[in-house]
Design a protein around this ligand. Structure first.
Ligand SMILES: [Zn+2]
Length: 164
């Protein structure tokens, strides 16, 4: 990532420069995308973020190659979350308000866990954020990450360029 594609004031760009954080949370990356687990406190084990690696607000700002890859990378990242979480569905939500840098929330929708039903998941998120609800345990997140990293090479298409 060159300097022009990074914004010093952006929380996501700053996180992408944080080697220790990425060592603990990163699952997979290509030249354009980075999949990572939600930082602690995490609302659920398996709550992931799919980021654009360059400072880019979202699909409205994609270059043609990003636009072509986006569908594929969202599908494959969602498959990974589904497989590792063993959930029926995976929600994909991007507001881009906290940081104007694309970070798509990929959220395991687990049947039998009412906290993960549609907008209840937003309540869960806010309750964990303010300390009203207990977050996912660090041990469970680590265990989830171990499995996610093990399956990532079998799920992500080898056509994604990874020049680093
Ligand atoms: Zn940024």
């Amino acid at each position: 990532m060159d300097a022009a594609s990074s914004d010093v004031a952006c929380a996501i760009c700053s996180l992408h420069r944080d080697v220790e954080h990425l060592k603990a949370h990163e699952i997979w990356r290509s030249d354009r995308w980075l999949l990572r687990h939600h930082p602690g406190p995490a609302p659920l084990p398996g709550w992931c973020l799919l980021d654009a690696r360059r400072h880019c607000g979202g699909p409205l700002e994609f270059d043609p190659e990003e636009a072509r890859e986006w569908g594929l990378v969202v599908q494959q990242a969602s498959k990974l979350v589904q497989e590792v979480s063993d959930c029926e569905r995976v929600y994909a939500i991007a507001f881009g308000e906290g940081a104007r840098h694309l970070h798509l929330h990929l959220i395991p929708r687990v049947s039998g866990d009412a906290r993960t039903t549609s907008w209840a998941v937003a309540d869960l998120y806010r309750n964990v954020e303010v300390g009203r609800t207990i977050p996912a345990s660090a041990a469970k997140v680590r265990e989830w990450l171990g499995r996610a990293r093990a399956v990532a090479p079998t799920i992500f298409d080898r056509s994604f360029s990874v020049d680093r």
